[in-house]
Design a protein around this ligand. Sequence first.
Ligand code: GLA
Length: 496
Amino acid sequence: MRFSREGLLVALSTSTVQAVNNGLARTPQMGWNNWNTFACSVSSALLTSTAQLLTEYGLQDLGYKYVVLDDCWSAGRDEADGRLVADEAKFPGGMKPLADALHEKGFLFGMYSSAGEMTCARYAGSLDHEEADAASFASWGVDYLKYDNCYHMGRFGTPLISFDRFNAMAKALKKTGRAILYSLCSWGEDYVHTWGGSIANSWRVSGDIYDSFARPDDLCSCTDAADPACIAPGTHCSVLAIINKVAPYIDRGLPGGWNDLDMLEVGHGGMTEEEYKAHFSMWAALKSPLLLGNDLRIMTPSTLTIITNPAIIALNQDPRGRAVQRISRNTSVPKDRYGVGETHVWSGPLANGDQVVIFLNAADADLDMSASLEDIFIMDGVGGTAAQVRQDWAVHDLWGKGARMETEDARRVLDAEGQEARRAVLKRLGWYNATEVPYAEGLRRRDPRLFGEKIGVVEKGGDLSVRVPRHAAKVFRLQSVSGEDTARKSLVRDEL
Ligand code: GLA
């Protein structure tokens, strides 16, 4: 045991005392959820056919393991015993056969309900039915519960009221004895970031995402984390609004419990390729769950190359579990027609002593951006006192060659017919398979697919400078090349 401040933190975060204590989500959960594309058009067939494509496109082996059903699945409660009943037309035979089919393919099955009298789409909710519903979910073979916040009968307004309402389901899930990942969807209300980690594996921090990079919308009014009096977490939250909302409490995410920035919009069609790359990179580096939300049947090569970038996913699945933090924000930059324009630099430590640095350009122009090693390592010492400032750092571009799949190769994967042919193409490409080599192991082995393209070196005391296109992010992994050991590196070894 070390007694430095950081040593104590490390000891606390890795001791056997875990808040939620179900052993799940030691790294952020990954998978697919139907809501962003299909909303209420749900069925067993949609989930099993999507699971099949997750396998064929190599996504399952990259870690996308949870197939999560959202709202609109139920036909209400059984009059005799009050149990929730699945809509027979959408889910023939109920949920159990669907869970079995997904398990057979090696997936985990996610389900949805609400801590209210109704779900957001006005189906039966689980408020005051927690034990019965948790028992039903467990008996169906459910591995994950997304638990929403609509129609809560006024039971919100203080952290304790909300905590109690969501804790009722946490306790009920625990009582079933089945390992069920618990994903809160209370949109950041009642300071969920301060209590979510005690009972759940993830908690939404904002209203619903929409397919826009930066457009502000009144339906997403709660963009300022410091304003508890906001009216509507709502919907239509842009990628930028969600990033700004979570910035002050990125440190609340830890192994076992994560800030949830909402499901991914990559491949939905409303953003440019650079915007989607930035969205995916930020969600990964902020340690949000990565739940794909696109229609895999009509996926473009560009989308496939983004969601399969193993060097970006490895940031998300890094065993250290520490999100990037914003080290600078500049609002004196060109604004778009909505009055939006800002740039950010984000930085964070990784398990092997590397550092991730992201330059996010949400201004209305291409810009030169830079950060000094002093700022990049601010968490390790203010005023340039961090030992890392006195080292040279190799800079690896995580969207460069070797990390991201080439578009032509992605087209080959998509054009091949059936599982065998598609998997054969992936194999020929030497595509990363985290089932065979988990990210922690790949990182330990320094697998080049997780480290991107080396583009240069920042010398001790120097700056990292880069041109960043409008609405884009540059994502770098810095690796020490001067061999000088640091206090943090030895602590990191303790942690692993
Ligand atoms: C809320 C949630 C969404 C989705 C819908 C379903 O808006 O935040 O993620 O689950 O309900 O109705």
